[in-house]
Design a protein around this ligand. Structure first.
Ligand SMILES: [Fe+2]
Length: 583
């Protein structure tokens, strides 16, 4: 039985296919149309998933869409009456969603009448919860989804056992941890969709001296089964103007409307920062206070969830679950001992969640799948890579090209990294979710304190306060970090052991933490072999890993990797078995 999940007409458009309960393929549309967080109809992503599964559209039995326009109708109606523009927006959304069967048939040149597919509308947060629980290696777990907004809710929690999830509570618009973080991110002068993680990085440079103000902006509250929070709405505007996520065209990056009110500046005692203004210590302290308050509420909710469920494992999803700093504190701040975060915790992950929801929750089928790695995107054969290199006429441009056996490839690449060079590393199938996890990565020496600056100057052009991440051999985690619980998808930040910090300064953040990826041989044998070869040279089982891109979606095809390599000042590129170096 084949189930197609589609996240469409929403940020992070994506598709996934589940065959007989096992995920076969999943990918974001941005990897194909090269528009970050692309929000339209994911026709190319669906096309890829069908191809990977060897299926025609007609062979899809169920289509799952993570949006239910009928969820929370009462609340929607209440706001629609107060905000006519919001009502119009909702009507447009509804029209688009009811048009998905036609859009699908049209994209694949199929007569909609011949589609034998059954369509399901899955509520946004239930799809988030399903994406985490039905991919996790736990038979029973507590569940929490938290994001900006989806189907008029921002938060949902419950528990899962076997192939069933039970929902325990939810928090509806306008109260939202995601919108809280987004509004203050805007206030701090970061206006682009998805900039919240920049502010999380900035927070480590400040002191949470404004916590009292943030406790007023985001308040604990008994609503939502006693597990809730409320926003101090005077500081926000989204409850008056409507939650505005828009995109100029189907293939454009979404934007969010302004969400903080003039009261926010009064309460925080300083004007909102303009994007071009310099960052000073006050901004860093505000970011630290924002983050500290998020942690108080998020970890407080998780503590209550642990008490109510008496479970030791928790599954997380929703954009807030990308807050790796808060996630890393779960072990100390709550009774939970095991944490699973879906690698595409944001809205891309809804495609997988909706499909698995249909399989388990609607069809009642047993569990048959654990997501142990994130390599669900397109892969390219050695022949395709060879052709890419041949047609590029690299050799005539003075590049050295060598096709190597695995052992030699690892040894040579590790030596290049240990020599302080920057290597583009392109292998196997592309990662699902926003993190490069050793298949579309740029890899560098973690031992060099200057490497962060060098990477930024030569390739990444990111804000200097943003940290780079370490990939570590899973078996060595406890020797280098203060915790050793697996973090295969870079969704948890742990403290680097104080005695090891000087040895890996480049991916150690200013607060002594690292947003690590733990790499097992089973999940990624080649990447594990590369890091092992680096350890053999240097004694350090860690490489610095950043995504293979330069202010664009992560590269997908070998041509894009080659193009990024030529455009930037990378020293070497490994495409499959080929090692390409600048002469
Ligand atoms: Fe969401």
């Amino acid at each position: 039985m084949n189930i197609l999940g589609i996240n469409a007409y929403h940020g992070n458009a994506s598709a996934a296919i589940v065959c007989d309960g096992r995920l076969v393929a999943a990918v974001e549309e941005e990897r194909f149309n090269r528009v970050k967080y692309a929000a339209g109809f994911p026709a190319q992503a669906i096309g890829y998933c069908l191809k990977e599964a060897g299926l025609k559209l007609r062979e899809i039995d169920h289509v799952a869409v993570p949006r239910n326009p009928y969820a929370r109708l009462g609340t929607k109606l209440f706001y629609a009456l107060r905000m006519p523009s919001f009502a119009r927006e909702r009507a447009k959304v509804l029209t688009k969603f009811t048009g998905i069967p036609d859009a699908l048939a049209q994209a694949f040149d199929t007569d909609p009448k011949t589609l034998g597919t059954k369509f399901h509308r899955i509520e946004h947060h239930q799809a988030h919860l399903a994406s985490s629980f039905f991919c996790a290696p736990y038979e029973r777990a507590a569940l929490l989804s938290a994001d900006g907004l989806g189907d008029f809710a921002s938060t949902m929690w419950g528990s899962g056992a076997g192939n069933r999830m039970e929902i325990d509570g939810a928090i509806a618009f306008p109260h939202s941890l995601g919108l809280y973080y987004s509004a203050v991110t805007q206030y701090l002068g970061f206006l682009k969709f998805g900039d919240e993680y920049k502010v999380m990085g900035l927070a480590a440079y400040g002191e949470p001296g404004h916590l009292a103000a943030f406790r007023d902006i985001l308040r604990f509250d008994a609503h939502g089964n006693g597990n809730g929070f409320r926003l101090g709405l005077d500081y926000f505007t989204h409850h008056r103007t409507g939650p505005e996520m828009s995109w100029a065209a189907a293939d454009k990056t979404p934007t969010l409307g302004k969400m903080f009110s003039p009261e926010m500046a009064k309460r925080l005692g300083t004007a909102a920062r303009l994007p071009e203004e310099p960052l000073d210590q006050r901004h860093r302290d505000l970011a630290a206070s924002l983050q500290a308050r998020l942690e108080e509420v998020y970890l407080g909710m998780l503590r209550k969830l642990a008490e109510r469920t008496q479970l030791k494992a928790v599954c997380l999803a929703g954009g807030v679950a990308f807050n790796c700093v808060a996630n890393g504190k779960i072990f100390e701040a709550t009774p939970f001992e095991q944490v699973y975060v879906h690698p595409a915790a944001g809205d891309a992950g809804l495609a997988v969640g909706a499909a698995l929801y249909v399989w388990h929750q609607i069809l009642g089928k047993p569990r048959a799948f654990v997501m142990e790695h994130a390599y669900w995107g397109p892969g390219y054969s050695t022949e395709q890579v060879r052709r890419t290199i041949e047609t590029s006429s690299l050799a005539s441009k003075g590049f050295a090209i060598a096709e190597l056996h695995e052992e030699e490839l690892m040894r040579k690449t590790a030596a290049i990294i240990a020599d302080g060079k920057i290597v583009g590393w392109f292998q196997g199938r592309a990662e699902w979710g926003p993190r490069a996890l050793g298949n579309r990565s740029i890899v560098a020496d973690p031992r060099r304190p200057e490497m962060k600056e060098v990477l930024n100057r030569r390739i990444k052009h990111r804000e200097i306060f943003r940290p780079f991440a370490p990939s570590i051999l899973a078996e060595a985690t406890g020797e280098w970090f203060e915790k050793s619980h697996p973090s295969p998808f870079m969704t948890l930040a742990y403290s680097v052991r104080p005695e090891q910090r000087d040895k890996i300064p480049a991916p150690t953040h200013v607060d002594g933490t690292g947003r690590l990826q733990t790499v097992t041989r089973e999940a990624n044998p080649r990447y594990h072999a590369l890091i092992s070869a680096f350890r053999d040279f240097t004694g350090v089982p860690v490489v610095l890993n950043t995504s293979f891109n330069d202010n664009e979606p992560i590269v997908c095809k070998p041509e894009e990797a080659l193009d990024c390599f030529l455009r930037t000042q990378m020293d070497a590129l490994v495409l499959g078995n080929f090692l390409i170096t600048r002469a």
